[in-house]
Design a protein around this ligand. Structure first.
Ligand code: AMP
Ligand code: MG
Length: 377
């Protein structure tokens, strides 16, 4: 009877078994070579996270890990920040706090705690221009497709304003717990969490002794070393034209962070005016006529660059300069450079530059030409 098996056994096939083993061995060899070959390739990975686009570039591996594995680790660090701080996720500390009863303590992760404490520091330092409890006003001025349906009435505005104010967010260091004092308050880390996510990814890579990398989340960028390793060239990042789909200037960077805020990526038009997604907590209104974009370079912290860029959009050039000067010898601003872009006549651009050097000296705002800015393409 013939054997009825999917894998019929045959007798006397020693030769073909040997041949098969040889072929399998060769196939495995080529697979491994191909695999490691591919594994050594530089990685430039784009992905969606935190409601925006992110990118991790790792040109070289380390003795321990190939670039693809290092990129995996950086991506995981960014996704973890999203998981903890997104306004929506099931496991998000922000969502849990916002859903809790007013007056109820909510314990948060050490990561969220760090970001909230930093956000509260920015709130205090900026005299309230930066406010991580802006949520209710943001919700009131929610817009789809660049258009606000109706301007909120006074009652709704007053109601939302009463729920905004970081001083109404109480905290207890031990236990890392937070309380919203008022019902309807909403924590919103949108102006600072992207920079923090970049820093976390960069920290992971630094811990693995990566000599060269770039991490970006929604335009907030930080780099390690030179592109292509030691002896390579600096990383190049573009400053976008806030009104055209074009690069205005190319900046070189090696090891620093850069963040941009403004009205070019997210805005709405109402009564012929363009309003930003950044809200002045002191008036409760979305900004209009403010800087079209503010770019902040910071030597060591993308979180600081991110928070500072948003703060300076709210403060504007004069109060912004005052603020920077006041902090010039402070911890956060040494080595900071700021470029503010304003729209002039007929969509011409006005650029205002100011900086704090590493010795803490503040350079007053200077109107600086846009032409010839940055390095040649
Ligand atoms: P960014 O793009 O970093 O400037 O952050 C903008 C986001 O921060 C907005 O979409 C809001 O979620 C939030 N936000 C708006 N206004 C403020 C403000 N005055 N302070 C802190 N966060 C704000
Ligand atoms: Mg920001």
């Amino acid at each position: 009877m013939p054997e009825s098996s999917a894998f019929p056994r045959r007798a006397g096939n020693g030769g073909s078994v040997f041949l098969l083993a040889l072929l399998a061995g060769l196939a495995a060899y080529f697979l491994v070579v191909r695999w490691f070959g591919a594994d050594d390739d530089p990685v430039d990975r784009g992905f969606q996270v935190m409601n925006t686009h992110a990118r991790v570039v790792v040109p070289e591996g380390t003795s321990e890990f190939p670039p693809s594995k290092l990129a995996d680790m950086a991506v995981a660090a960014i996704r973890e920040v999203d998981r903890l701080m997104s306004p929506f996720g099931e496991e998000s500390d922000v969502r849990r706090l916002n859903a809790a009863e007013a007056g109820e303590w909510v314990e948060v992760s050490p990561e969220t705690w760090t970001v909230v404490m930093d956000a509260l520091r920015w709130h205090r330092l900026s005299g309230g221009a930066f406010d991580p409890t802006i949520g209710p006003l943001k919700r009131l001025f929610r817009f789809d497709g660049g258009e606000l349906r109706a301007w909120p009435d006074e009652t709704a505005l007053a109601e939302a304003r009463s729920k905004v104010g970081a001083q109404k967010l109480r905290f207890e260091r031990e236990g890392m717990r937070l309380i919203r004092e008022r019902p309807g308050m909403l924590l919103d880390l949108g102006a600072i969490a992207k920079g923090y996510a970049v820093d976390r990814a960069i920290e992971v890579l630094l811990r693995e002794n990566v000599a060269s990398a770039l991490v970006e989340v929604g335009g907030e960028i930080r780099t390690i070393g030179m592109k292509g390793g030691p002896g390579g060239r600096p990383w190049r990042t573009g400053v976008r034209d806030p009104r055209k789909d074009d690069v205005l200037a190319v900046m070189e960077m090696s090891g620093g962070a850069v963040a941009t805020s403004g009205d070019y990526e997210s805005f709405f038009l109402f009564d012929g005016k363009r309003y930003q997604h950044i809200i002045d907590p002191r008036t409760g209104m979305p900004l209009t006529g403010a800087a079209a974009s503010v770019t902040v370079r910071h030597p060591t912290s993308c979180m600081a660059a991110d928070a500072l860029a948003t703060t300076l959009v709210v403060l504007g050039p004069d109060a912004g300069a005052e603020f920077l000067r006041g902090q010039a010898l402070g911890l956060f601003s040494e080595g900071v450079e700021v470029d503010m872009l304003f729209l002039g006549e007929g969509d011409s651009l006005k650029r205002i530059f100011m900086s704090v050097d590493r010795e803490g000296n503040f350079s007053s705002p200077k109107e600086t030409p846009v032409e010839g800015w940055g390095v040649a393409g």
